[in-house]
Write a protein that binds this ligand. Structure first.
Ligand SMILES: [Zn+2]
Length: 406
């Protein structure tokens, strides 16, 4: 079935259509021709309607964009850490709560107690809420199992959810996230075992496309993570790094030196690290919901932009610092609190996000040959997507694996 999706404003995010004045490559009175889950043409409505007279016309009054791509989530979680937020609001710090057995280890207990079916059900429900907000691709990190069996259980839940969901999933093994209690505080022995034994097993079972490490002053060190990332590269996995959330301990520099696809967070990152990221083509994944929740200052966005680092915006969906499913909320905060332009924010949740996941030739823009991941909004202009109103403003979502009109 060929469908012609028409709109008064089609925002393509196609670099071939971008100009200095219009970096999003918008087409007024535009259309997207879809066939068998793929985009076959993008252009002016009248022209495409003449070329595809047989197509079913689906006409929208609002702006049409590519499906959003959420490039950093901890979505395969269960359990609530809402009480920690109350503690933080009483003055306890994130690192202090973690040291007292809260934080990531609290989520570990919930994930270890859950069956793979329970994890899958929770994830599928979360993905449904994300899709209703216009999201059609989601990166999903493990990292709450903290032992081989439970990390594999989380990644198995991602695989099962991918088979039944209309959302494209990208699994990431977050191999170094926190130290489980049974490691007895020995971070070095733990990180060596993860790199030597667990990572090859997970790569061998094809449970992950990326491997990730949380490097910070209260997390893992650059030295502890380097071996893991080098091993991941050797095994053919892409690399992502949690870098500079609380301090620049060299994580972004390491990301550049091992050829990581992204360095994420970056509230604290120095000029030399930024230069190294720019030279190595490491994308900056900005997570404004987490820094909003923690009351942190923004990353040095102007310096990242000036150095030519490509910017991605993601939700960081997780039960502690970003207890939300909403990538549009992250976009709203990226513009209002980080100072991104509307175009930077939208590209950061479409084309740049897809590129950071190795999906530049799959999704993230409206152009022929890509998957038919298309969102029609009940908003007249793309700037409405980033207004800080928070609620779902989606009229319809088309994705390569299915169409559901709200
Ligand atoms: Zn994260």
């Amino acid at each position: 079935l060929r469908r012609l999706v028409t709109s008064p404003r089609v925002v393509t995010c196609d670099p071939a259509r971008a100009t200095a004045l219009d970096p999003l490559g918008a087409i007024d009175d535009g259309a997207v021709l879809i066939d068998e889950g793929a985009i076959v043409a993008v252009g002016h409505r009248a022209e495409l309607a003449a070329r595809a007279a047989d197509a079913e016309v689906v006409a929208f009054d609002g702006v049409v964009t590519p499906g959003l791509v959420d490039a950093h989530t901890h979505a395969p979680y269960v359990g609530s850490r809402d009480a920690e937020y109350a503690l933080r609001m009483q003055g306890k710090g994130y690192e202090e709560i973690a040291a007292a057995g809260g934080g990531i280890v609290a989520s570990m207990r919930a994930v270890r107690a859950a069956s793979v079916d329970e994890l899958t059900r929770a994830l599928v429900a979360r993905l449904g809420r994300m899709r209703a907000l216009g999201v059609t691709t989601v990166e999903c990190k493990s990292g709450y199992g903290l032992d081989l069996e439970n990390e594999m259980k989380q990644l198995e839940a991602v695989r099962r959810a991918a088979a039944v969901s209309d959302v494209r999933l990208v699994p990431t093994y977050l191999a170094l996230h926190a130290l489980p209690p049974e490691a007895n505080g020995d971070r070095r022995a733990f990180s060596e075992r993860v790199a030597r034994a667990w990572l090859p097993k997970i790569a061998g079972e094809e449970l992950a496309s990326f491997v990730d490490a949380y490097i910070d002053r209260a997390a893992f060190t650059v030295d502890e993570a380097r071996g893991l990332l080098e091993k991941g590269r050797e095994l053919g996995l892409g690399l992502r790094v949690h870098a500079g959330q609380f301090d620049d301990v060299g994580a972004a520099m390491l990301a550049a030196s091992v050829g990581a696809a992204s360095a994420d967070h970056l509230e604290h990152v120095g000029d030399a690290s930024i230069e190294a990221m720019a030279r190595a083509g490491v994308r900056a994944v900005l997570l404004p919901i987490a820094s909003f929740t923690l009351g942190q200052s923004p990353p040095p966005v102007a310096a990242l932009r000036a150095a030519g680092v490509n910017l991605v915006v993601a939700s960081d969906a997780n039960p502690g610092t970003a207890p939300t499913d909403s990538l549009p909320l992250a976009l709203a905060l990226a513009v209002r609190t980080y100072g991104l332009t509307v175009a930077e924010a939208i590209l950061g949740a479409t084309r740049e996000a897809a590129a950071s996941l190795g999906l530049a030739d799959v999704c993230g823009a409206l152009r022929s040959g890509l998957a038919a991941d298309v969102v029609a909004w009940d908003l007249p202009h793309e700037a409405g997507i980033v207004q800080p109103w928070g609620g779902p403003r989606v009229a319809a979502v088309f994705s390569a694996s299915g169409t559901r009109v709200r």
